[in-house]
Every structure is written in structure tokens, then in C-alpha cells.
Design a binder for this molecule. Structure first.
Ligand code: SAH
Ligand code: SF4
Ligand code: F3S
Length: 475
């Protein structure tokens, strides 16, 4: 999920609904503690990190609140992926700063990718920011806060080759108690030419497999029924025990988590097409509780553009992986990320992207106009030469193609019956539940007595609204 006004189609995601970022809170706030308020932007990794931050702050005597005005500490966990994402954060900082003028004792902190990208510049540009903390430095928060309380600006943007926060139990603050994220790796060693993530998140490192399985087990014991294993490139997960006697790759990790309990569903994000192995696909096929859904960002359907993007695969390779998925996991839904208007993209290149959406039959995609990011290989070596107006037009053509492809995808589900995990009340009515099937499609259906969030039910799909499905519980 990305929430810098990304164009979203297909299955609706919870967090994308709010352009303000997600607010984590405890209701009621814990009495007697100092209170922090946090907003998170960007990808699921950032949302997951905010839960780690909440846990670290709790141990430093800070309890969470959803009320910004009563907070002693206001944090914003930021994203740098596109210019728009940073603009959104700057707007929020203006609002926090207004509050600080009225209440000078409140501390304001910038966390995450923008903190890492801009470092001390943030303290210079945003005079009312007190602390700046990069994604690998959250353990230092209590120390930086103590300094800030004494009037010193605190900054720690050191990236680490080891930090995975493996021993920190995230505080699941704004949770429905049914689904949760588990971070399995951090950083990214791919150098996609358009992407700022390798610079903001540092080198790839994988978390101890035992701590991941233990977290999944703990979540299951607490009633959670679905976990999403998170990383920028989960397929390159690779962990070795300290004595080097045990090596766990992503397929093996998936299996270990699947074995926690047959009623615990497993999802994962994101897979890089160059790394997704047949071993991973067979593991998904072998376990009913590993969902038949793969987010496999293509970025472009044109091989020349893919090469300029340094994605290290071409159109044929991508199609080969999609064919392998369809052969090994016939019911698997595939979704994508797409960038339009990348440097030198022609109309023909754009047509290749349109055609691959249809060919691969994406159930949904996140679609973006290319946004040049300072310091990336594309910014240094290529000209951002597709005019904004053309980017916009191509994006709307892509959005339309995906809308149509997604609708046909959903229409094929009408008349079928799916196993659905109930997540809570539907958006529209407290008389209806919402839940997803294995293919990650959101389905709304009338409540039936005796069922509650966390239960699995069989739902017969009767119609689609385009973005989601409607149905009825069958027994
Ligand atoms: N690690 C994931 C993606 C993380 S960023 C992967 O490789 O698939 C999420 C998405 O943002 C990317 O897939 C890409 O589609 C988009 N994105 C990244 N940098 C961008 C940029 N400079 N301009 C526009 N979109 C970008
Ligand atoms: Fe960015 Fe590429 Fe890494 Fe994804 S794989 S985070 S797009 S560099
Ligand atoms: Fe944004 Fe950082 Fe995620 S740049 S997409 S929050 S890794």
C-alpha cells in the first residue's frame, strides 16, 4: 500500500482510504504516561515500523494517543518514494508547527525515509522539528527524546547492516485483531534506477527465521488469523544461523510460517520478478493457508524501458514467470505496480505496458507517473523527458485498462464460492461483514448470527461493483 495519492484500482486497501496517513492509537490513552501521536505514510514497511517505534516509546514511558492536540510528542513516519509523498509530509509539518507555536513544549519528530534522505537539512528547513530519526535508528529514540527535552535537536540517521528489530515485539495499536504485518527483511540491494529506497533503507538484511516464526505463533495465539510477511524484496530473504549450520531461504521460511497453524493465513509482499523461484511457487501450491496471490510489480511492459530502469528482467522473462505462476498455482491472482512516463518512453513503449496488463490479467495495480528522485541513477544519468501532460494521459489510459481488466477478473468470480476470513464490519454498513478470499479480493456479505471477525466462512459471490465483490455466507 502506498498513500501519496497513488492511483488505486481493484481490491481496496484499508490504509489507502486516508490521505492523512494512518493514526495509531490506544483508546483510552494510558493515564499518567507522556503521550505520543504518530502518523505514517508510504508502504507497509513504514506502517510496520511505526508499530516497532510505538513499542520502543512504550518502554520509554510514552503511551499512544489519537488526539494530536493533547500529545507531548508528535511523530510523522515519512515516505520519499515520489515528490508528492514528500509534499504531503511537508503540509502535515506545517500543521504540526502551528500547534508547536501555541504549545512550545511539544516535541516534533520526523522518522522514516524522508528523515534518511534529507538528514540534517530537515532540521535546517523545518526549524520547528526537534528530532530526525532514520529507519535503522529507532532504538535511539528514547535517548534523542531526552536530549530534545533538554532543548537540543536530536538526529540519528545511521544506516545499519544488521538492524532488523528482531527482538522488539511490535505494539499492534490500531489493529482489528485479525490481520497483522511481520517484517522479515529490511533494505534493498537492487538498484532500480528510478528508486530512492536503497538510499533511504540501506542494504538488504534478513531477520532471524526463529524470531519470525515465534512472532507468527504469538499472533495466532492472540487470535490473529492472517499475517503478511513484509520486505522490499521478500524473495531474496536469506538467513543463516550465527554458527552457519542452518540456512533458510524464502520458500523455506514460508513453509515454516505456514506450519504454525493451518488456520493462520500467510501473505507476503513484495516479490521481485527476477527473484521469485519455482520453489516459492510450489510452496504456495502445497499449503492451503499460503494465499494464492502474488504482488509482482512489472513497472513497464517494454524491455528497453525495463533495461533503463535496471529491473534486470525483460518482458519475456516477466511473461515466463507469470506463465509459471499460472501453471503451478492455477487459481493465483497477480497484481502489479506500474510506472508510466519513465525517461525516453515512447507511445509504442506505452502500448507494451497497456498490453501486458491485459495479457497478465492483473487483478489490480498501483499505478504512478514517474517522479524523478534526486540522487538516483535515473536522475543522474537520464533526462526526465516525457512532458507532464503526456505522463498524465498515459497514466489515465493505464488506469482505464486496469479498471477494465480488474472488472473482468472480478466478473469471473461471480457464481463461485470462496473461503473468506472475516475482518470486521464492511465500510458501508454494520449489518455487513467484509473479508478477503485467498486471492486478496475484498468481499462484502450480510452478517449471520454466530460468526465474528477472525472466523472463516464460505461465501458465495453474487455480484461485483468493480472494486470489490458482494456475496452471501453459505454453510
Ligand atoms: N520493492 C518494491 C517496490 C517499492 S516502491 C518492488 O520492487 O516492487 C513501490 C512502488 O513505487 C514501485 O514498485 C514503483 O512502481 C513505484 N515507484 C518507485 N519509485 C518511483 C518513482 N521515482 N516514480 C514513480 N513511482 C515510483
Ligand atoms: Fe526500489 Fe527496486 Fe528495491 Fe523495489 S526492488 S525497493 S523498486 S530498488
Ligand atoms: Fe516510501 Fe520508504 Fe516505503 S520511500 S515506499 S516509506 S521504503
Amino acid at each position: 500500500m502506498y498513500d501519496d495519492n497513488a492511483t488505486l484500482l481493484g481490491v481496496k486497501k484499508e490504509i489507502d482510504e486516508t490521505k492523512q496517513g494512518e493514526v495509531f492509537y490506544y483508546d483510552p490513552p494510558i493515564e499518567g504516561l507522556k503521550k505520543f501521536y504518530i502518523e505514517s505514510y508510504g508502504c507497509a514497511m513504514n506502517f510496520s515500523d511505526s508499530e516497532i517505534v510505538a513499542s520502543i516509546l512504550a518502554s520509554a514511558g510514552y503511551g499512544p494517543t489519537r488526539d494530536m492536540e493533547s500529545a507531548d510528542l508528535i511523530l510523522v513516519n515519512t515516505c520519499s518514494i515520489r515528490e508528492k509523498a514528500e509534499d504531503n509530509v511537508r503540509q502535515r509539518l506545517t500543521i504540526f508547527n502551528k500547534l508547536k507555536r501555541q504549545k512550545p513544549e511539544v516535541l516534533i519528530g520526523v522518522l522514516g525515509c524522508m528523515a534518511e534522505r534529507l538528514k540534517s537539512k530537515l532540521l535546517e528547513q523545518e526549524k520547528l522539528v526537534d528530532i530526525v530519526v532514520g529507519p535503522d535508528a529507532y532504538r535511539d529514540l528514547p535517548n534523542l527524546l531526552a536530549k530534545a527535552d533538554d532543548g537540543d535537536k536530536g538526529i540519528n540517521v545511521l544506516l545499519s547492516r544488521e538492524e532488523t528489530y528482531a527482538d522488539i515485539s511490535p505494539l499492534r495499536l490500531d489493529s482489528n485483531g485479525v490481520i497483522a504485518y511481520i517484517s522479515i527483511m529490511r533494505g534493498c540491494d537492487n538498484m532500480c534506477s528510478f528508486c530512492v529506497v536503497p538510499y533511504t533503507r540501506g542494504r538488504e538484511r534478513s531477520r532471524d527465521a526463529y524470531s519470525i516464526v515465534a512472532e507468527a505463533k504469538d499472533l495466532f495465539d492472540r487470535g490473529f488469523r492472517e499475517v503478511t510477511l513484509l520486505g522490499q524484496n521478500v524473495d531474496s530473504y536469506k538467513w543463516s544461523s550465527p554458527d552457519e549450520t542452518e540456512h533458510v531461504n524464502f520458500a523455506q521460511l514460508l513453509e515454516r510460517v505456514a506450519l504454525v497453524h493451518p488456520d493462520l493465513r500467510i501473505r507476503f509482499s513484495t516479490s521481485h520478478p527476477k527473484d521469485i523461484t519455482n520453489d516459492v511457487l510450489y510452496t504456495i501450491a502445497n499449503y492451503e493457508n499460503i494465499c494464492d496471490y502474488i504482488h509482482l510489480p512489472v513497472q513497464s511492459g517494454n524491455s528497453r524501458i525495463l533495461s533503463l530502469m535496471n529491473r534486470t528482467y525483460d518482458r519475456d522473462w516477466y511473461m515466463g514467470r507469470v506463465n509459471a505462476i499460472k501453471e503451478i498455482i492455477p487459481d493465483c491472482a497477480i497484481s502489479s505496480d506500474i510506472i508510466t512516463g519513465f525517461c525516453t518512453e515512447t507511445e509504442e513503449d506505452h502500448q507494451d505496458t497497456l498490453s501486458i496488463i491485459e495479457w497478465a490479467d492483473f487483478s489490480m495495480s498501483y499505478m504512478f507517473s514517474y517522479s524523478e528522485r534526486p540522487g538516483t541513477p535515473a536522475a543522474r544519468k537520464l533526462k526526465d523527458d516525457v512532458p507532464e501532460i503526456i505522463k498524465k494521459r498515459r497514466l489515465s489510459e493505464i488506469v482505464e485498462k486496469q479498471r477494465h481488466t480488474g472488472l473482468l477478473h472480478n466478473l469471473k468470480d461471480v457464481g463461485k464460492t470462496f473461503k473468506v476470513l472475516i475482518e470486521g464490519d464492511s465500510k458501508k454498513s454494520d449489518q455487513e461483514f467484509k473479508g478477503r478470499n485467498s486471492q486478496n479480493k475484498m468481499i462484502n456479505f450480510p452478517k449471520v448470527n454466530g460468526f465474528r471477525p477472525g472466523n472463516y466462512v464460505m461465501v458465495h459471490v453474487t455480484s461485483t461493483t468493480g472494486g470489490s465483490l458482494k456475496g452471501n455466507i453459505v454453510t
